[in-house]
Design a protein around this ligand. Structure first.
Ligand code: NAD
Length: 252
């Protein structure tokens, strides 16, 4: 593993690898969006240092937990709507537009890759999307405004008007099954890419964190761009230590 902290050296390395690559995949985590003003989970002051996560089973079994989950989702969504994509999101979108990045696998739920111009078909959301709700039974989509109005009117968490199932924010909570199609696509990309670039993930959440290892074991170059060390640094060819925006700016 080569550790690179110098911004220019990091940009040169990344640029060379991206331009040599024929099938590059970018994998992003919460650190991708901190430069847009959205806190990550595990950095000091991050979301987990302020509140415990709500597990899927608790959501399903307890009405007051469901209302608390919705309260947090509305708050989070206000923060997402107020944020803009940053220079890192824009650089990735430009590379996608030029055919240099084939797909973006993201753990993020904020929709900022799409808002930066990445076509939604090539953004694979492993942990769902917080900007709308979905019925846990039939999958029907429910808009947040509609959910907010139901809670304000009745004081109860919403049920699906088609099938009566529980409606939940379309994110994957801890303890909830991963989305099958997204996971299959992500695995396929990890197994076939020749360059896998991680940006802004502590690589602490499974099974998402297994993807960089799969890519590196099948022979892809693995680059990790992160402010803090990760458990997979030793498996990477290059670790760029610093802010994503600085390394990605101008790279496209
Ligand atoms: P994490 O919070 O565990 O780790 C983020 C990592 O990014 C940290 O290691 C930190 O050092 C690094 N980092 C932060 N800002 C950076 C920057 N500007 N440049 C370089 N590195 C930076 O995040 P994770 O690994 O994505 O896992 C946490 C879970 O949190 C994911 O499931 C994700 O769905 C969820 N989450 C999403 C958002 C979002 O959508 N924006 C925000 C918070 C949490």
């Amino acid at each position: 593993m080569t550790l690179v902290s110098d911004i220019n050296a990091g940009r040169e390395t990344l640029s060379r690898l991206i331009h040599q690559s024929r099938h590059c995949v970018v994998f992003t985590g919460a650190g991708m969006s901190t430069e847009s003003g959205i806190p990550d989970f595990r950095s000091p002051g991050g979301i987990w240092s302020r509140m415990d996560p709500i597990e899927f089973d608790e959501f399903v079994s307890d009405e007051s937990t469901r209302l608390e989950d919705w309260r947090r989702r509305f708050e989070m969504n206000e923060q997402f709507s107020a944020a803009d994509p940053n220079s890192g999101h824009h650089a990735i979108a430009t590379l996608v537009g030029r055919g240099k990045v084939a797909a973006v696998i993201t753990q993020n739920i904020d929709g900022l890759h799409q808002r930066a111009g990445c076509p939604s078909e090539i953004v694979i959301e492993l942990h769902g999307n917080a900007t709308f709700g979905a019925c846990l039974n039939c999958g029907a989509r429910h808009e947040l405004d509609e959910v907010r109005a139901i809670i304000a009117r009745s004081g109860l968490s919403p049920r699906c008007d088609s099938c009566g199932g529980l409606v939940k924010s379309a994110v994957i909570n801890f303890g909830q099954a991963m989305p099958v199609e997204a996971m299959e696509r992500a695995l396929d990309l990890a197994e076939t890419c020749d360059l896998f670039v991680v940006a802004g993930s502590s690589l602490a959440v499974q099974p998402a964190a297994s993807l960089p290892l799969i890519a590196s074991r099948q022979g892809a170059h693995l680059v990790i761009i992160n402010r803090d060390p990760t458990p997979l640094d030793d498996a990477a060819e290059y670790v760029l230590r610093g802010n994503i925006g600085e390394f990605l700016e101008d790279i496209a």
